[in-house]
Ligand binder design. Structure first.
Ligand code: ARG
Length: 460
């Protein structure tokens, strides 16, 4: 069955049908298509196109189709152009000629936008739930070692000591921003295009507000041409999804390193690692490598849709059918990666003695010491030079920070006071950073508590 054909003298070539059909992938929109069509049938009744009895028959038939669409048989052997055509054909099989009224004043251009929005809305909500679960796992892991000290890095060189929860909360913040970006994408998605017709607006008195209420849309599209042409909501989603993947890839990279023999401070569970077919000793971080690897597919989806839409003339063009596969692909990869990351985080074990030893044997305390000198009145640049000289001297003589006594320090430079020696322990220096957002133990405790409260709100 075709939804068009009157104007044609002969049918499409088999090659064109194969080339242009989208049922293989847009069948994922079947439920959205049917729900949207039920709402449209009610709108047609209110507009005087369908009688109450007709509307009832159509809505009931759609209800059956909804059930049937959950099984593979619904799609088996279907040669329809797209999911919209398939659904109408099935409706016709159930209700006969009455089905011919369902498309009154409706275009597939608005229908595909409606269906995609309905589908994406649920997908975004699922991503947000997965994100919150991952954030909760990070907070849990932080709570398991609230006092653990690790070296913080810049340029992948030991820089300054931080608390383990402080490090984990950095990722919490990234994911919190991602949650907001998804919320923004949801707001853009949650707009009803129905009533826009093909591009010029419906010629029937549809109560768009009522349809929006019924389908749970927060607002109406304001311009029918924009509604037909717009895929910004999909781009917003793909950008938000890309940001999540970006953050997941950085977490993955960190943990691949931290769980390596070279770092050795994080243990990934057997449940998320794999062995080698040749090397019996191996325990590889494949779960994290795959999260990192799948990034490319999501970034690719964003790029792909950008390129598809670039320079398209107003309004709908068939090119836009190419929006769905990248969207589906990105949504699948994102949900999979979020779920995997949560399991990795939940099952990871910190071996706190190792990172603390790494912090203690390196000069991550150098800044703390220089800042103490500055607090005691030495101009900072001078303090920086003194501590730099102390580090150089220590490196030459193979001395660790803990090897220095208060007297040694005072003998090294008169600016040092004996009590500054305690700052050579990373835990002490950290206490000077009680500024909001800093790694001071009180600041971090407060941040952890606040993170838990924020999670509560996100779950509500
Ligand atoms: N399958 C089409 C798509 O995904 C539906 C809209 C078709 N509209 C049209 N005028 N050919 O975009």
């Amino acid at each position: 069955m075709k939804l068009w054909g009157g104007r044609f003298e002969s049918g499409p070539s088999e090659v064109f049908e194969r080339f242009s059909g989208s049922l293989d992938f847009d069948r994922r929109l079947a439920e959205a298509d049917i729900r949207g069509s039920q709402a449209f049938a009610r709108a047609l009744e209110r507009a005087g196109i369908l009688s109450a009895g007709e509307r009832e028959r159509i809505v009931a038939a759609f209800e059956e189709l909804l059930e049937e669409s959950r099984s593979e048989a619904f799609f088996a052997g279907a040669a329809d152009e797209d999911v919209h055509t398939l659904v109408i054909r099935k409706l016709k099989e159930k209700t006969g000629e009455l089905a011919d009224k369902i498309h009154t004043g409706r275009s597939r251009n608005e229908q595909v936008s409606l269906d995609t929005r309905l589908w994406l809305r649920e997908e975004i909500r699922r991503d947000q739930r997965l994100l919150v679960e991952l954030m909760a796992a990070l907070v849990d892991l932080a709570g398991r070692h609230p006092d653990a000290v690790i070296p913080g890095y810049t340029h992948l060189r030991r820089a300054q000591a931080v608390l383990w929860p402080h490090y984990l909360l950095a990722y919490f913040e990234m994911f919190a921003r991602d949650h907001e970006r998804l919320e923004n994408a949801l707001r853009r998605t949650n707009v009803l295009p129905l009533g826009s017709g093909a591009l010029a607006g419906s010629a029937f008195p549809l109560d768009r507000e009522a349809v929006a209420r019924e389908l749970g849309f927060a607002s109406l599209s304001r311009n029918s041409m924009d509604a037909a042409a717009d895929r910004d909501f999909a781009l917003d989603y793909l950008y938000a999804a890309s940001c999540v993947m970006l953050h997941l890839s950085r977490l993955s990279e960190d943990w691949i390193l931290y769980s390596s023999e070279e770092f050795g401070w994080l243990e990934l569970s057997d449940a998320v690692t794999s062995g080698s077919s040749l090397m019996p000793q191996k325990k590889n971080p494949d779960s994290l490598e795959l999260i990192r690897g799948k990034c490319g597919r999501v970034f690719g989806a964003l790029t792909s849709l950008f390129l598809t839409l670039k320079g398209l003339p107003m309004t709908y063009n068939r090119d836009m059918q190419e929006d769905k596969e990248p969207l589906f692909e990105a949504a699948d990869q994102l949900a999979g990666a979020l779920e995997m990351a949560r399991v990795v985080v939940e099952s990871a074990r910190l071996l706190p003695a190792r990172p603390e030893a790494a912090a203690e044997e390196s000069w991550v305390v150098a800044t703390d010491l220089a800042e103490a000198l500055a607090r005691a009145g030495t101009p900072f640049h001078r303090a920086h030079q003194i501590v730099g000289a102390l580090v150089l001297d220590s490196v030459r003589r193979g001395k660790k920070p803990a090897d220095w006594t208060g007297e040694d320090l005072a003998a090294f430079a008169p600016e040092f006071r004996a009590d500054m020696v305690r700052l050579l322990r990373p835990r002490e220096g950290m206490k000077t950073r009680e500024i909001p957002g800093g790694t001071g133990p009180e600041a971090v405790r407060a941040a952890l508590e606040e993170a838990a409260r924020r999670l509560e709100r996100m779950r509500a």
